[in-house]
Design a protein around this ligand. Sequence first.
Ligand code: CP
Length: 314
Amino acid sequence: HRHLLGIEGLSAQDIQTLLDHSDRYVDLNRAVEKKQSSLRGRTIINLFFENSTRTRTSFELAGKRLGGDVINMSVATSSVKKGETLIDTAITLNAMHPDLLVVRHQDSGAVALLAQKVGCSVINGGDGSHEHPTQALLDALTIRRRKGRLEGLSVAICGDILHSRVARSNIHLLNTMGARVRLIAPPTLLPAFAERLGVEVYHDMRKGLTDVDIVMMLRLQMERFHGSFVPSTREYFHFYGLDHEKLAFAKPDALIMHPGPMNRGIEIDTEVADDIHRSVIHEQVEMGVAVRMACLELLAQHKPNWRHSTPAGA
Ligand code: CP
């Protein structure tokens, strides 16, 4: 693969290779001396059209720990604000001969479109409600290290599925790796195609959480409602917020996950989020650096063809 645009289309072997490669970086990241040299001389540009704390920072750390040169292009202070289009911006950056572009964009499909226009490898750092592949990989690495496997586990993904690229990438990955996926959400926050994804659908948290191994909570993405009905956050927490009472339906050793950023008191009770035995939310962030090192390193094996860049109108 030249790009990493989504989990859909990756084989179980591809995913296993990425996870095995990531695993090797976990110990390195815990060491005092972290610097490696496999990306020496390579240039990585982070191009984030949407806000990010975890993804942008961990891609920057990942690139630097592998010895690469990392540029963070700040969209807020760029010529995007003067009206330059996504594609013109990409072609401009491509002319500076980067080896990898990491792109986050608010529109589903925007990163794949951009990837067709540049000669270097592109990693999707999240596009609209479509995919966030490195998030699903870091979630899988977290689960695999804690539970020793993915196959046969029962995973509940709960909350605002409709707007969630994290949910989509996780559904593809978990299905491919042989886990059983349950979606728990109000009918208004489930995409119409949910039933076709090979998952079980629940509208009741207590029923859906019964005997699951993993509880994956999602942020209620208020900014993506665009004028449609916004639920009352108090009512949402009452029915769909993860608290100790609802969590008691899951297996006693179930892991609590959240991709972040969290809305404490809306989709997750603060005590559950901070449960020192079962919450792995900070471990997910830690795994994020290792996964992004693996993705950068594997994609950097492709030789870029910067002349490939095609005109914006083409
Ligand atoms: N989980 C995640 O993508 O977080 P950021 O939006 O902070 O990158």
